[in-house]
Design a binder for this molecule. Structure first.
Ligand code: ADP
Ligand code: MG
Length: 480
């Protein structure tokens, strides 16, 4: 059964977060009242002419450079003809034979080390509108059309069929999202549709030189679904072949609830788009000077940042990977390290307590109630012995709930660590006197007994005693 190799190629659509649409001045913002962001141009009314938004080209070049592509010196737009209610012009302005960029790549982490996944091409196009289906089959089914999304700028990023497992496909999609987010051209929110993945997948007998027949899966709404859908589809195709059948080239949709892919349309029903050059838009000549300028404006990208976190901060590869996955996490970490230059300590807190509470409350790190300077202040309090590491976790939770500074919380709740030897010595004496049996055990060589006594002192001081001091004071008291 397992003598097959999986082959996957992804087509990823990314919506650009420009202010206005690609060919008119209507707002490109997500959401809004239905049909509030529209004008005669994006509605495709007779007699209107598209005007290309220069910002789209700048953003597209940013993305293409970040994905290591060759930028065309000359490219043009083409009409892709098809009829659908969400496409009022009956054609989509896209790019066909002369796309903006080609031959890029992304490096992904796999269990066998880094792997290069090729990018075939990147082209610019306009998004279509949205159909909102109402009613049910048993009542009256009808659909409403919202044209707000019509004409929102899109990039289509087509990969080479270089991935060999659902895991690799997921890594590639996540890495691509990370890189695009760093460039600031899209927020890449799968749940809002600003990043959409179509997955092409086939299987072939191990050792075979030719690719098998592929299917294309649409409608995956998360990276987890992408992985599940591909894993299901690989098994399905292998089963078809094992039973002596052949895989049909078709488009399938992922049913998240049932956990299966379902046939949508076969190749025979595929559109013939009758592409032809868009006559209303001039071709684009892209100067090298401009490309150079955009290249210089790119921020440090995740791979470079990860390397730097390992070399400059001495972080393990795992920490460096997690902290650089989003630009915001890296920015948070760096802001904190600037104030508290102990990278590994800061990393532990950002990946540990902070990540835990952000996750639990569904909060983005950019909206964290604890700001980097507040976390740094908390770490200072541990460092100078004001509070113990254990109390710090309690303080951090309160900071997260209230947004207050750690100094304020420590003061309000009386959490300052007890480092006064005389005060602690009194507590120690009481604990030893109150537990004569345990104290004897310790004196007779049962080292474990000490732990119990430390616990009792901590309990009596509500966790505020300095643990190192308690240890030495107890030993001192027991030796008498
Ligand atoms: P189309 O024009 O029909 O969309 P493309 O040749 O542009 O077809 O390929 C679309 C995507 O499918 C690309 O990402 C490519 O890597 C992938 N692909 C092509 N052939 C296969 C195959 N046999 N198995 C898996 N993926 C494939
Ligand atoms: Mg395609």
């Amino acid at each position: 059964m397992r003598n097959y190799e999986t082959v996957i190629g992804l087509e990823i659509h990314v919506e650009l977060k420009t202010q206005s649409k690609i060919f008119c001045s209507s707002s490109a913002a997500f959401g809004g009242e239905p049909n509030a962001h529209i004008c005669p141009v994006c509605l495709g009314l007779p007699g209107v002419l598209p005007v290309f938004n220069r910002k789209v080209l700048e953003y597209a070049i940013r993305a293409a450079l970040a994905l290591n592509c060759e930028i065309a010196r000359f490219c043009k737009f083409d009409r892709k003809n098809y009829y659908y209610p969400d496409l009022p012009k009956n054609y989509q302005i896209s790019q066909y034979d002369l796309p903006l960029a080609r031959e890029g790549h992304v490096i992904i982490d796999t269990e066998n080390g880094p792997k290069r996944v090729g990018i075939t091409r990147i082209h610019m196009e306009e998004d279509a509108g949205k159909l909102v289906h109402q009613g049910t089959v048993t009542t009256t089914a009808y659909s409403l059309v919202d044209y707000n999304r019509t004409g929102v700028p899109l990039l289509e990023i087509v990969s080479e069929p270089d991935m060999r497992s659902p895991e690799e496909a997921r890594s590639y999609a996540e890495k691509l999202r990370s890189i695009i987010q760093y460039t600031g051209i899209s927020d890449c929110k799968m749940e809002e549709g600003s990043l959409r993945v179509d997955a092409n997948v086939s299987v072939r007998p191990l050792g075979s030189a030719e690719f098998g027949t592929r299917t294309e899966i649409k409608n995956v709404n998360s990276f987890r679904s992408l992985h599940r859908a591909l894993a299901y589809e690989v098994e399905r195709q292998i089963e078809v072949l094992e039973e002596g059948g052949r895989v049909v080239q078709e488009t399938r949709t992922w049913d998240e609830v049932k956990g299966v892919t379902i046939s949508l349309r076969s190749k025979e029903e595929a559109h013939d788009y009758r592409y032809f050059p868009e006559p209303d838009l001039p071709p684009l000549v892209i100067t090298r000077e401009w490309v150079e300028e955009v290249l210089r404006s790119l921020p440090e990208l995740p791979d470079a940042r990860r390397e730097r976190y390992m070399s400059e901060y001495g972080l393990p590869v795992y920490d460096a990977t997690v902290l650089t996955a989003t630009r915001e996490t890296g920015d948070y970490f760096e802001a904190c390290v600037r104030l508290h230059p102990q990278p590994k300590v800061v990393s532990n807190w950002v990946m540990g307590e902070l990540a835990r509470l952000l996750n639990a409350t569904g909060t983005e790190i950019s909206a964290s109630p604890v700001r980097p300077e507040q976390l740094a202040a908390l770490l200072k309090l541990i460092d100078d012995g004001t509070i113990s590491g254990k109390i710090a976790k309690t303080v951090f939770e309160k900071m997260f709930d209230t947004g207050k500074d750690p100094q304020v919380i420590v003061k309000e709740q009386g959490l300052v660590q007890i480092t006064d030897e005389n005060a602690l010595r009194a507590v120690v004496r009481e604990v030893v006197a109150g537990n004569p049996k345990v104290a004897d055990d310790y004196r007779q060589g049962k080292d474990k007994a000490l732990g119990f006594l430390v616990g009792q002192v901590m309990k009596a001081t509500r966790g505020k005693a300095n643990p190192a001091l308690v240890n030495s004071l107890l030993k001192e008291a027991l030796e008498k």
